[in-house]
Design a protein around this ligand. Structure first.
Ligand SMILES: Nc1ncnc2c1ncn2[C@@H]1O[C@H](COP(=O)(O)OP(=O)(O)OP(=O)(O)O)[C@@H](O)[C@H]1O
Ligand SMILES: Nc1ncnc2c1ncn2[C@@H]1O[C@H](COP(=O)(O)OP(=O)(O)OP(=O)(O)O)[C@@H](O)[C@H]1O
Ligand SMILES: [Mg+2]
Ligand SMILES: [Mg+2]
Lengths: 254, 254
């Protein structure tokens, strides 16, 4: 497969990290080798998998100091490895500005490892700055987690514009793989309204799988484990497993 | 009073915009003139109050093209005015880097309007870049909205470090006014654990008022209204009114 997917949305708190960790862990559980790249200075994907946010990180690869191969860490979950983030990454947004080929630093760094994995997933920070642009420039596709809220819908147009710009100028193969509805609470009309609007506007581009609001997804990171390991039978775990299967169906055509 | 407060937390989706809009509206409702500055390129505070995200915005004041006085807009809520955001603000993070006194552009821009309001509140984007640093450099105090989740606690140390740095080098009067627990769901043990941890560590710096998870807070922005106008009797509205009263008590000492 060797598919490289960015998990991106500049709106904060929509479930990017939760999707990156639990989709990667689900694909790994189904037997596919996965690499998760934590491109967010907050380092939530790193700590959510129980790794320390110290030592070398993706930052060193972006500024050309380390090979990506040297930064890969095991996670304790079979078939899942991670490239951690570190607080220095905060400076990268500004430091990258003056470097050559600043938008494609990540793309050229990952090129020699992508073929060793079925999937490489990139967790993005809540912004459309140079870190997210690097992820979009490196990626084959983008998964857009979307909370069923008003503000989440508002930001979508800007995100899709940015994806179009990256596709036109930096990465012609970039496609939107799918929009993923997250933290869905069927008791609220707001969620149903947003779902109707998103499926109406984006049709098949919207994953059939919907991730329900489930407190176990919020608890799992404090134990440094994906939800599939923390509580395999909860709805949070089964919904991300469903998402992994749906993604494999969609990607199967490639 | 003329207090200038930043609403900041680099963790995404913790309730910064919801707090900025509804605290400002509650203070206005209690008879205090308020100005809300939308410093987030997403422009959620602008649209959450029913204003268009077009035309001139705080961006023009940061780069020195417009006076802040010219950017003030009415909101339809008595005693509440807003300085809107606009998508150009996305570029400001990078553009400000090379300007003189880049950290204090906002501080020098607001200085002639602060005295006309009892409170000026600044809604910050989910990052610790130059926009948030500008807000911290201009502010008397910081309110830190905190979701009762694991990742929210994780980012706190980095935010407090940044506040300390700004206080030491750019703005000696900067204080943490309080940590505000948001989206609190009493049915989950996670929320109670986080509350115990935060009150244990920060004591009186934690507001007594806790904002419950309440779907009306998510619905109100789609009508362009603060929750106090959209549904004055709901728990979301009464909790922000309580917060405003508690803030007035705390600030009363100044
Ligand atoms: N389906 C869900 N049900 C319940 N809680 C969830 C769910 N998905 C995510 N969460 C929790 O909601 C919070 C926000 O999710 P997450 O951190 O994954 O979003 P994000 O988009 O990565 O945020 P940021 O913009 O800060 O990077 C986290 O505390 C997470 O544990
Ligand atoms: N107490 C609450 N109960 C229910 N929903 C809430 C509450 N507070 C905020 N929300 C909703 O949760 C989402 C996140 O809140 P909000 O946008 O205010 O956070 P933020 O910190 O400003 O996000 P960002 O980091 O993107 O700026 C919004 O859709 C908002 O309507
Ligand atoms: Mg995240
Ligand atoms: Mg906001």
């Amino acid at each position: 497969m060797d598919r490289l997917l960015a998990i991106a949305n500049q709106k904060g708190g929509v479930g990017k990290t939760t999707t990156a960790i639990n989709l990667a862990a689900s694909l790994a559980h189904l037997g596919h080798r996965c690499l998760l790249v934590d491109l967010d200075p907050q380092g939530n994907a790193t700590s959510g998998l129980g790794l320390p946010r110290e030592g070398d990180s993706i930052y060193q690869a972006l500024i050309g100091k380390r090979e990506i191969k040297e930064l890969i860490r095991p996670t304790g979950v079979p078939n899942l490895e991670v490239i951690p983030s570190q607080i220095e990454l905060i400076g990268a947004e500004v430091e990258l500005v003056s470097l050559w080929a600043r938008e494609s630093r990540l793309a050229s760094a990952v090129v020699d490892v992508v073929s060793q994995y079925a999937f490489v997933l990139i967790d993005c920070p809540p912004s459309l700055g140079l870190l997210t642009v690097n992820a979009l420039t490196a990626a084959h596709g983008v998964i857009i987690p979307l909370q069923c809220e008003f503000y989440a819908l508002e930001g979508l147009a800007q995100l899709l514009r940015t994806i179009k710009l990256v596709k036109a100028r930096l990465n012609p193969r970039l496609e939107v793989v799918g929009l993923l509805l997250t933290m869905f609470d069927p008791r609220t009309t707001l969620c149903h309204q947003v779902e109707r609007e998103v499926r109406g506007r984006f049709g098949d581009k919207t994953f059939r799988t919907v991730i329900p609001r489930n407190v176990r997804l919020g608890e799992a990171p404090s134990f440094g484990k994906p939800v599939l390991v923390y509580d395999p039978t909860c709805r949070g775990a089964t919904s991300y497993l469903d998402l992994a299967r749906e993604l494999l169906d969609r990607e199967g055509g490639h």
